[in-house]
Design a protein around this ligand. Structure first.
Ligand code: GLU
Length: 313
């Protein structure tokens, strides 16, 4: 069944890629991390992998880009595996915010002053401090190894230019982290926690890597190709639920209605999504729409989901 559907997607993709790519002109590449502004604004690529290891790819699917916020899904999972639910959700909430991904507003306004969810910056910084390890180097190495394992790609590495560019300019994330420290949310030195955070945001991937990581989430934490069990099912369930409620910034509701799949986007223009039980999907399109998601990438996913009836809802 899936092979025939993949053939259909392969036949549809070239036209859709061409049509949706035109939307890039209405978006903007992120520039608040200076190095990100060098990303190609016209690019659009996709890679879809199924449980038998078959895949379909198109457009600029080989373009390297950084994980950015997409990494937050996996640090959340690793922190859950390291600490369990009780410890993690003592430090981070479970609700969407309605504010920008880098907002500090509610940290002061809403008691007990813990971040609303693990996918906004404040929450992901708190999660970075929950990663086990005796040093910053060990914590970062554990995150990178976990990402390599899920992607089935031992050569995943940091884009050091993006890492330095973010670390040198992250005044807002820095102030947020110091605020969290004062609220008793962060363990350890603030700069060490931030270093773990900046590093996981700067891991370089392609759409194929995202698709493989997503395939594991689509199969309840198992790699369906090797049969390995990589993540406890409960933690995949938690991560996928956050992806539905908060994965696409303040467009998560609209994405749930138009596409209907768990997804997480990043400011680099990447989107990781999946058809549960079937496919892992990676998309890249650095030109972002008003709400911070890849403008052409979202349009492409809308077309695919509607044509193939993928919505879970
Ligand atoms: N590293 C980025 C930041 O902290 C990630 C933001 C994102 O992708 O949403 O600003």
């Amino acid at each position: 069944m899936s092979a025939a559907e993949l053939d259909r997607i392969e036949a549809l993709l070239p036209n859709w890629l061409e049509e949706k790519r035109r939307k890039c002109q209405y978006g903007k590449v992120a520039s608040y991390i200076p190095e990100l502004s060098k990303s190609p604004a016209e690019a659009l690529g996709i890679h879809i992998t199924d449980a038998q290891g078959r895949s379909v790819a198109g457009g600029d699917s080989r373009l390297p880009f950084t994980l950015q916020s997409i990494s937050k899904v996996f640090t959340l999972i690793l922190a859950l595996m390291d600490n369990g639910e009780e410890v993690v959700f003592d430090k981070v909430g479970m609700e969407p915010t309605g504010d920008n991904f880098n907002s500090m507003l509610k940290l002061e306004l809403v008691q007990p002053g813990i971040p609303f969810n693990p996918l906004i910056n404040a929450g992901a910084i708190a999660i970075s401090s929950l990663i086990a390890g005796s040093s910053t180097t060990e914590k970062s190495a554990r995150v990178l190894d976990f990402l390599r394992l899920l992607a089935g790609n031992p050569s995943l590495h940091y884009d050091m230019d993006i890492y330095r560019s973010e670390s040198d300019t992250a005044n807002l994330n820095r102030s947020m982290a110091y605020f969290l420290k004062d609220n008793g949310v962060l363990k350890g030195r603030v700069e060490d926690v931030l270093d773990v955070y900046f590093r996981h945001c700067s891991v370089q991937v392609t759409c194929a890597d995202l698709a493989q990581m997503a395939l594991v989430l689509a199969h309840d934490g198992n790699n369906p190709i090797t049969g390995e069990s990589l993540i406890p099912r409960r933690y995949v369930q938690i991560a996928k639920t956050f992806m539905v409620t908060c994965g696409m910034y303040n467009a998560s509701g609209e994405f749930a209605i138009q596409v209907g799949l768990p997804a997480k986007s990043g400011v680099s223009g990447g989107i990781l999504t999946m058809v549960p039980g079937k496919y892992g999907i990676g998309v890249v399109g650095p030109a972002l729409g008003r709400k911070g998601n890849s403008i052409a990438g979202v349009a492409l996913l809308e077309a695919l989901s509607q044509e193939l009836d993928w919505s879970l809802f």
